[in-house]
Design a protein around this ligand. Structure first.
Ligand code: AQP
Length: 328
C-alpha cells in the first residue's frame, strides 16, 4: 500500500481553503493508502507565534482533522515536534540545499516581502518540509497548488541524497486536486485564502459561526457585472466563489451558472453562504465534542508512537550513510 504524508501548520484558525485544498483529500486518501497526517508546529514558528496561541492552534488543528473525518484507527495523526527526528533530518537537508534554490521559493519571497527583519527559519522552511516527507519515504503528498515548488525541491533533495550516498529515498509525488487546489481570498482574488492573513474578512474560518459566514460572504468582493460565469481570467472573484459553491453544494460549475442565469450576484451569494454553513455545521458540532472530551491528547500520543518507529529508523539509516558515528 503506498504511503501518504501531509500536514497543516498550526499558524492560525484553519480556513475553508485548507479544508477544500487539503483536508477533504486527506479524508478520501485514508481508505486507499497508509496515511500519516501531522499538525505542523515547527514550521508555524517560522513567523512569530504567541505561546498560548500556538498551544491552542495545535490542539485545534488536530481536533479539526478528526472532526473533518480523519479516523485515528486508519491514519496516524501526530504533532511534528513530538517526533524529534523531523528537526534533526531538517538540519541534515539544510546542509545539502543551496542558497540559490531557497532564494527562488515564492513562498519565502511572499512572506518576507516588505519586512525589515526576516527570520532564518522562513528561509530554510523547505528543507524541514523535505525532512517531513522523506522521513516516512512517502509516495504521495496531497497539497494545494501553492506547495508545488516546495515539492519540487523535496524531490531534488531526495535525488541529491541518493546520488551522493546511495539509493535510499523514494522520490515523492505531489497530489494536487484539479479543482479547489487554490481557493482565493474573499477580499482580493489575486491572493490565496490564508489563515495568517491579518484581515479575518479575507477568509472563512472552519469555526466561524453561521452569522459571521453570512456576513463575510455578503461582503466578499465581486465585480461590477451581474453574470454568474466561471471565467478566472476575467471574473476572478466570482469564479473563486463559484469554486467554493461547487465544493460545498456538490454541483458542477455549469450547473451553478444555469441556476443563477439572469439573477445577479445577490441570490447566488445568499445561497452560497447557506451551503457553506451547512457544510461546516456538522464539522463544528463534532469539533466541540472532541475538544470537550479531551480525547485529542491520547490520539496524538498514539500517533507519535506509531510514526516514531518509522522516523527513527530513517534517521538512523541516513546518518549511517552520511558517515556519522553511531552510538554503540
Ligand atoms: N487557499 C488555499 N486553497 C487551497 N489549498 C490551500 N492550502 C492552504 N491554503 C489553501 C493547503 O492547505 C495545506 C496546509 O497549508 P499550511 O498551513 O501548511 O500552509 P499554507 O499553505 O501556507 O497555508 P495557509 O493557510 O496559507 O497558512 P499560513 O497563512 O500560515 O501560511 C497545504 O496543503 C496547502 O496547500
Amino acid at each position: 500500500m503506498s504511503r501518504v504524508l501531509s500536514g497543516i501548520q498550526a499558524s492560525g484558525q484553519l480556513t475553508l481553503g485548507n479544508y477544500i485544498g487539503a483536508i477533504q483529500n486527506f479524508v478520501k486518501l485514508q481508505d486507499t493508502h497508509e496515511c500519516f497526517f501531522m499538525v505542523v508546529d515547527l514550521h508555524a514558528i517560522t513567523v512569530p507565534q504567541e505561546p498560548a496561541a500556538l498551544r491552542e492552534q495545535t490542539e485545534s488543528v488536530a481536533a479539526l482533522f478528526i472532526a473533518a473525518g480523519i479516523d485515528p484507527a486508519k491514519s496516524s495523526v501526530f504533532v511534528q515536534s513530538h517526533v524529534s527526528a523531523h528537526a534533526e533530518l531538517g538540519w541534515l537537508f539544510t546542509t545539502m540545499a543551496y542558497m540559490g534554490e531557497l532564494e527562488r521559493m515564492t513562498q519565502f519571497k511572499d512572506k518576507s516581502s516588505g519586512k525589515d527583519s526576516i527570520g532564518a527559519g522562513l528561509f530554510v522552511y523547505p528543507t524541514l518540509m523535505a525532512a517531513d516527507i522523506l522521513l516516512y519515504n512517502a509516495d504521495l503528498v496531497p497539497v494545494g497548488d501553492d506547495q508545488k515548488q516546495h515539492m519540487e525541491l523535496t524531490r531534488d533533495l531526495a535525488q541529491r541524497f541518493n546520488a551522493r550516498f546511495g539509493d535510499y529515498f523514494t522520490i515523492p509525488e505531489a497530489y494536487i486536486p484539479k479543482v479547489g487546489a487554490r481557493i482565493m481570498s474573499l477580499d482580493d482574488a489575486s491572493k490565496k485564502m490564508s489563515k495568517s492573513n491579518p484581515n479575518p474578512a479575507s477568509y472563512i474560518a472552519l469555526l466561524d459561526p453561521p452569522d459571521v459566514i453570512r456576513k463575510k460572504i455578503s461582503r466578499a468582493t465581486t465585480d461590477s457585472g451581474r453574470e454568474v460565469k466561471f471565467n478566472p481570467a476575467e471574473k476572478p472573484e466570482v469564479s473563486n466563489l463559484m469554486s467554493i459553491y461547487s465544493h460545498c453544494a456538490g454541483l458542477t460549475l455549469e450547473e451553478i451558472e444555469a441556476r443563477y442565469e439572469g439573477q445577479g450576484y445577490g441570490a447566488f451569494k445568499k445561497d452560497l453562504a447557506e451551503h457553506i454553513v451547512a457544510t461546516l455545521e456538522p464539522l463544528q458540532a463534532k469539533y466541540a465534542e472532541i475538544r470537550s472530551s479531551g480525547a485529542i491528547h491520547d490520539i496524538l500520543k498514539q500517533g507519535a508512537e506509531q510514526v516514531s518507529v518509522v522516523a527513527n529508523r530513517t534517521l538512523r539509516d541516513v546518518k549511517e550513510r552520511m558517515g556519522f558515528v553511531m552510538p554503540r
